[in-house]
Write a protein that binds this ligand. Structure first.
Ligand SMILES: NC(=O)c1ccc[n+]([C@@H]2O[C@H](COP(=O)([O-])OP(=O)(O)OC[C@H]3O[C@@H](n4cnc5c(N)ncnc54)[C@H](OP(=O)(O)O)[C@@H]3O)[C@@H](O)[C@H]2O)c1
Length: 338
C-alpha cells in the first residue's frame, strides 16, 4: 500500500501542473501595507511571467536606491502607480532565464543588468522581468553585486549631464552629493566627458571625491560651496532645498541647473539669466550600453559600501533613507556564478 501511495505521489509531482507550481514561487521582499522598513516582508511570492517583449531574469543582486522606499509610502506609491502588494526595487543584475516571444537581443544564459521602470519595480526577488529597452549586457569586468549598483543612478547622472545639460569638454560642473549613488557616477561621467568637476560631500568622503576624479572636493560641513565653485556651466543638484537656493548665483549666464530632487524656481533662473530643469530618470538600454563601455574602459569604477542578503532589505532601506550612503548598497540574492 505504502509503495502504491509513493508511486502515485511521484507520478503527481512529475505532472506538468505540479512541476509548474513547484517552479512558480520564489523568495521575495513583499510590501502588503504602507509604513516604515518593518513592512518589508521576506516571503514566498509568485514568480513573474515575462510578456512577449520581456526577459525573465534570475536575479543575483539587486541595487538599493532611496526611491525604493516609495513602494511603502502611501503618498509616493499612488503617485508612481504602485498598487499593493508590491515587490520593491528597480536595479537588477542576473542571468536571463527565459525570453518573451518577440525578444531578439537576449537569450537564456546571458548575463544582464537593468533599471526596471518605476511603475513596475520588482527587483528585490529571486526572479524579475525587464524589457529589452531596460536591459543591457552586464559589464564583464564587474561582479553581479557591482553591476546591480549601476543602472538607475548612472542613467540619472547621464540623463542629467549629457542629455539635459549637454555637458561638453572644457566646461565646469558642480556635483552636489558627489559621494552618493548618483554623484559618484556623475563625477566620473563628467571627467570622461572632459569637463572640470567640483563636487561636494561631508568630511569622511573627501578622499572618495578625489578618488572618483573630482578636480575640486568641497566639504559642505566646513566650506560654503559658493565661495569655491564660481561661474560654473552646470550644477547637478541631488540635495535640494537650501543647496538649490544657494546654487543659482554660481552658474554663469546661459548655464543650467539640473535638479533630480526638485524644480528650480523660474523667477530665480530668470534673475540670474540661467536655465533650469527637473528630471526623472527613464530606463534606456542604449545609454546603459554607453555606460558599460566606460566601465569596461576603466573610466568608471563602482563603489559598493555595503552588501546585505535579500532577507535584510529593511536594514538596507533604513540605511538608504538616511541619504548619507557612500556609493551604493546592494542586496545579494544568490551566489555569484563561477
Ligand atoms: N529624479 C530622479 O530621477 C532621481 C534619480 C535618482 C535619485 N534621485 C534622488 O536624488 C537623491 C540622491 O540620490 P542618491 O541615490 O545619489 O542618494 P545617496 O546615495 O543617498 O547619496 C546622497 C549623497 O548626498 C550627500 N549629501 C547629503 N547631504 C548633503 C549636503 N547638504 N550637501 C552635499 N551633499 C550632501 C551624502 O554625502 P555625505 O554622506 O558625505 O553627506 C550622500 O553621498 C535622492 O533624494 C534620490 O531620491 C532622483
Amino acid at each position: 500500500m505504502k509503495t502504491k501511495i509513493a508511486v502515485i505521489i511521484a507520478a503527481l509531482i512529475a505532472t506538468p501542473v505540479f512541476a509548474q507550481s513547484a517552479r512558480s514561487t520564489m523568495k521575495a521582499i513583499v510590501v502588503h501595507e504602507y509604513g516604515g522598513p518593518e513592512v518589508l516582508k521576506y516571503e514566498d511570492a509568485p514568480r513573474p511571467e515575462p510578456k512577449e517583449n520581456e526577459i525573465l531574469v534570475k536575479v543575483i543582486a539587486a541595487g538599493v536606491n532611496p526611491v525604493d522606499s516609495a513602494a511603502r509610502s502611501q503618498k509616493y506609491a499612488r503617485f508612481m502607480n504602485i498598487t499593493l502588494p508590491a515587490i520593491p526595487g528597480y536595479d537588477i543584475a542576473g542571468i536571463v532565464e527565459r525570453t518573451g516571444t518577440s525578444v531578439t537581443k537576449f537569450k537564456a544564459g546571458d548575463p544582464v543588468y537593468a533599471y526596471i521602470a518605476l511603475d513596475k519595480g520588482g527587483a528585490y526577488a529571486e526572479y524579475a522581468v525587464a524589457t529589452e529597452k531596460e536591459a543591457a549586457a552586464k559589464p564583464k569586468s564587474l561582479t553581479y553585486v557591482e553591476a546591480a549598483a549601476v543602472p538607475l543612478v548612472s542613467l540619472t547622472a547621464w540623463q542629467a549631464l549629457i542629455d539635459t545639460a549637454k555637458l561638453s569638454p572644457g566646461q565646469t560642473v558642480l556635483i552636489h552629493g558627489g559621494s552618493g549613488g548618483v554623484g559618484s557616477f556623475a563625477i566620473q561621467i563628467a571627467k570622461a566627458r572632459g569637463a572640470k568637476a567640483f563636487a561636494t560631500a561631508s568630511t569622511p568622503n573627501q578622499n572618495l571625491l578625489k578618488q572618483l576624479g573630482a578636480d575640486v572636493a568641497i566639504d559642505y560641513t566646513k566650506q560654503k560651496f559658493e565661495d569655491i565653485a564660481k561661474d560654473v556651466d552646470v550644477v547637478l543638484d541631488s540635495v535640494g532645498k537650501d543647496t538649490l537656493v544657494r546654487s543659482y548665483g554660481i552658474v554663469k549666464k546661459g548655464g543650467i541647473i539640473v535638479s533630480i530632487v526638485g524644480r528650480p524656481n523660474q523667477a530665480e533662473l530668470d534673475k540670474h539669466g540661467i536655465r533650469g530643469a527637473s528630471i526623472s530618470v527613464e530606463p534606456n538600454s542604449d545609454e546603459l550600453a554607453e555606460i558599460t563601455k566606460l566601465i569596461e574602459e576603466k573610466k568608471i569604477k563602482v563603489v559598493v559600501s555595503q552588501t546585505l542578503p535579500l532577507a535584510e532589505a529593511a536594514k538596507a532601506q533604513s540605511q538608504a533613507d538616511t541619504r548619507h550612503t557612500r556609493g551604493k548598497i546592494v542586496l545579494k540574492v544568490a551566489e555569484e556564478p563561477k
